[in-house]
Design a binder for this molecule. Structure first.
Ligand code: CDP
Ligand code: MG
Length: 804
């Protein structure tokens, strides 16, 4: 499986994992459900109904819910809710009703007067969808150059929208070239889904087609045109743009939205913006946050003003579990059904779980259980996570049929990124998936972590947007108080920095540690990143960017994935490698529908190339292409047609970058190519040349240890190697997925000798018994220059594989 992990944090997975520019090729979501479920604790003991500790904000009238301590909060009837369902109102009226509307002129004058403004407002107050429109209406995108005025017209319109209309007209009839005749308002989001969905919403509000005045750009997908004036994008996209345009000269205003998420790209953009502001007096920056960490942002920009948008939220009663929930998915399903059966309509239920996998499991379970309940009120079950296909995402914002309750099961994407209307009940598992560096594994892993108090409060707050609500926490109050961190650790302090360090180097920042950052990364993480870039020959012994490093940074890929392409160029298998890297950049194309696992697994097994999951991906793609667009072919083979089409699209974009970089298209001279082995060997060699850090050695039947750390890691059950007749002595894997244990995901057999050849600083061939890793620890903690302190190499047993 291209099983990869994703997550729900801005870091790349819905993961988070750094989106876009920062995303590892693996992208955003757990792309494939491991056959083995997440380690869920034993079945729940005592359910959560119980002790009321809320409301955190006392109800407007009334005695609070803490009263009897026995768990009888003040009940709020749905009639306390707003009488009108706002979504049925005309859009201009909806816009006027948003809390941010009252602050419109204040926001506009603050932006006129200050280079940087921080805006704080609760989720749903209209920050994301409205502020950019206000600026547009105020004339911030207009440039008078083309019209003969020379120079830029700065904000200062009267706010009636006249300037905006002019800009719109100019934009909509703009030149066919990509050259804008106006400036852009850029709005960054840590999450891809949010960038797309808010762009669609704003286009709708402005009655323009998406991709016209309002567009979006996320990694491998752009919908903009010369007329685009409001550009929604992931923070990773803007960060990449800053490499070729450090002053961000295409932008009049940059809105850093959801800054409280503290994604890796957001944090680095802060530094980039500070430098751009020093160079451009006309640039404006707005930072929005749903939390009070805002003061820190303001200080970073030399004391920027902080505007607070008065909230309009209703009290939320918070219930904690009396005892910790066992299996949080079971507990959440049980709690949701209780609420659904007992609470009056209307009032949707929002359930926070951790990733695509547990969201789908919970949705299945809810649907099954609801079918068995004759007396239950009508309900629709909706999953919400980053890798969800577009139609499914659209359903989240469509109003439900009247008299129906929505049971929305979401990852932390629904915490602040997406505003869901109509939610009155929240069920919080207390967990999220975070990509974090594991010292034990010596690499990033997707870990199931307790959320922070700040996230828990955000989650609870989702219940009080349109009416008084209730939040059920599946964890104890003691867990909240004693075990949760006040705020999540920023991504920059917990993940692999090699992508960011490479970007900074290509931005001309030689001393990465001196780059202005809100929270500096750990020195050893920077050193580790430099070390891994050095081992990819992307930086020199002196820690400077090499020509090869610049080449790697031109791909919108993690450095190692780009290195596969560069190695493939030398080995004459670029066509194949482009396909494999593209397939690894999209969610897994293998479908495994609930209840049809066996036929799906059998279908997948028929594509298996026994010694390589990478080649299996290639095989799947090639077969799909050969089927020539036969509708139904993909479905018949349990493959996701949309995913395959996406892979084809990504592939062609990567091929463009590849060609633009001047890399050779054809095969190398035949003699040389022959010496490099069969096509399969060449491709596996290209993978080894980039992912040598992820090498494992067999230690028993089906058991492997990671060579640099000695950590035991299994073949992911979906791997083609599981069923292979011959045991591979050495493998490299694309990534490690952690569920109940460490699984290598997307694995290929390699020859031990290749490892020593491509990374002699890491592996050496022993004459008698083969190759060994030269060191345990793989360079983390080694301070540059790398050569000064080479990590002790690891040894690879040669075991007669005939390599090297
Ligand atoms: O950014 P913030 O959380 O402050 O609010 P927003 O995302 O701008 O949302 C303002 C309003 O627009 C909310 O009522 C949302 O439900 C609505 N909205 C929508 O209907 N569809 C979207 N795709 C995004 C927002
Ligand atoms: Mg927002």
């Amino acid at each position: 499986a291209a099983a990869s992990s994703g997550e729900e944090t801005p870091d790349g997975g819905e993961g988070g994992a750094a989106e876009d520019a920062l995303a590892p090729a693996s992208g955003d979501e757990p792309r494939d459900a491991p056959a083995v479920g997440p380690p869920r604790p034993p079945p729940p003991g005592v359910k959560t109904e119980g002790v009321a500790v809320g409301p955190r904000r006392p109800p407007p009238s009334g005695d609070g819910a803490t009263g009897d301590g026995g768990g009888n909060p003040r009940t709020v009837s749905a009639s306390d809710a707003e009488e009108v369902d706002v979504t049925t109102l005309p859009i201009p009226e909806q816009r006027r009703r948003l809390p941010v509307y009252a602050a419109r002129s204040e926001v506009l004058s603050a932006v006129r007067e200050n280079a940087v403004v921080v805006v704080v407002g609760e989720t749903g107050s209209g920050k994301t969808t409205q502020i950019a429109q206000y600026l547009y209406e105020d004339g911030w995108t207009a440039v008078t150059a083309a019209a003969g005025g020379g120079g830029r017209r700065r904000g200062g319109g009267d706010g009636t929208g006249a300037a905006g209309t002019a800009a719109a007209a100019a934009g909509d009839v703009g030149p066919a070239s990509k050259q804008h005749d106006h400036l852009l308002i850029g709005i960054t989001q840590p999450r891809r889904v949010a960038a797309v969905s808010v762009a669609a919403r704003v286009a709708e509000e402005m009655s323009t087609p998406l991709g016209g005045t309002v567009g979006y750009a996320i990694r491998f997908e752009e919908r903009t045109s010369p007329g685009t004036a409001l550009k929604f994008m992931t923070d990773g996209i803007l960060l990449r743009e800053s490499v070729s345009d450090p002053d961000l000269s295409a932008y009049a205003v940059v809105i850093m939205d959801e800054a409280h998420e503290r994604s890796l790209a957001t944090d680095v953009l802060f530094g980039v913006l500070r430098r751009a502001l020093a160079a451009r007096a006309d640039l404006r920056v707005i930072i929005t946050s749903a939390t009070l960490e805002a003061g820190k942002f303001a200080t970073f920009f030399g004391g920027a003003p902080v505007l607070r948008i008065p909230g309009r939220s209703f009290p939320v009663d918070i219930f904690h579990a009396r005892t910790p929930a066992g299996d949080y998915v079971d507990a959440a399903v049980w709690q949701a059904l209780q609420v659904h059966l007992q609470a009056p309509l209307p009032g949707d239920i929002l359930i926070f779980l951790t990733g695509a996998e547990d969201v789908e499991v919970a949705c299945d379970e809810l649907r099954t259980r609801l079918e068995r309940l004759d007396t239950a009120p009508p309900a629709v079950v909706l999953p919400v996570y980053a890798a969800l296909p577009a139609e499914a995402q659209a359903r989240i914002f469509a109003p439900p049929p009247p008299g129906t309750r929505r049971l929305i099961v979401a990852t932390n994407i629904a915490e602040t990124s997406l505003t869901l209307n109509g939610v009155v009940y929240v069920i919080d598992s207390g967990y999220c998936k975070l990509k974090a560096h594991s010292a034990r594994l010596g690499m990033d892993a997707l870990l199931l972590c307790p959320t922070s108090q700040s996230s828990a409060d955000q989650r609870a707050g989702r219940a009080g947007r349109t009416a008084p609500g209730k939040a059920y926490r599946l964890y104890t109050q003691a867990a909240y108080e004693d075990e949760m961190l006040p705020a999540a650790v920023p991504e920059i302090q917990r993940t692999n920095l090699s992508h960011v360090v490479l970007l900074l180097l290509s931005l001309g920042v030689d001393d990465v540690l001196s780059f202005p950052l809100l929270d500096p990364p750990r020195k050893e993480d920077v050193a580790g990143a430099l070390w891994s870039l050095w081992s990819l020959r992307a930086v020199s012994d002196a820690g400077r960017l090499t020509a090869r490093g610049r080449l790697l940074s031109s791909f919108p890929l993690e450095p190692a994935a780009a290195a596969v392409l560069v190695a493939a160029a030398d080995l004459g298998c670029a066509d194949e490698a482009l396909t494999v890297v593209a397939m690894l950049s999209v969610p897994s194309v293998f479908l495994r529908p609930h209840g049809r696992e066996a036929p799906a697994d059998a279908a997948r097994a028929r594509f298996a190339v026994p010694d390589s999951d990478h080649l299996t991906l290639l095989h799947v793609y090639d077969r799909w292409r050969a089927a020539g667009g036969d509708r139904g072919w993909a479905a018949d083979h349990y493959l996701n047609e949309r995913g395959l089409r996406k892979a084809a699209d990504v592939r062609s974009q990567l091929a463009d970058v590849y060609r633009a970089a001047g890399l050779p298209a054809g095969r190398p001279a035949s003699a040389a190519a022959g010496a490099m082995g069969d096509p399969s060997g060449r491709l596996r060699r290209a993978v080894a040349a980039a992912y040598f850090g992820n090498a494992a050695r067999v230690v028993g039947r089906g058991r492997y240890v990671h060579m640099r750390t000695g950590v035991e890691c299994g073949l992911h059950p979906s791997s083609a190697l599981v069923a292979a007749a011959a045991v591979a002595d050495y493998v490299v894997f694309h990534e490690l997925v952690w569920t109940s244990r460490e699984w290598m995901s997307v694995v290929s057999e390699v020859e031990g000798g290749w490892l020593a050849e491509v990374a002699p600083e890491l592996y050496e061939v022993r004459t008698a018994r083969g190759v060994r890793p030269l060191a345990v620890g793989g360079g983390r903690g080694v301070v540059a220059p790398p050569r000064a302190a080479p990590p002790a190499p690891a040894r690879v047993e040669e075991a007669g594989r005939g390599g090297a």
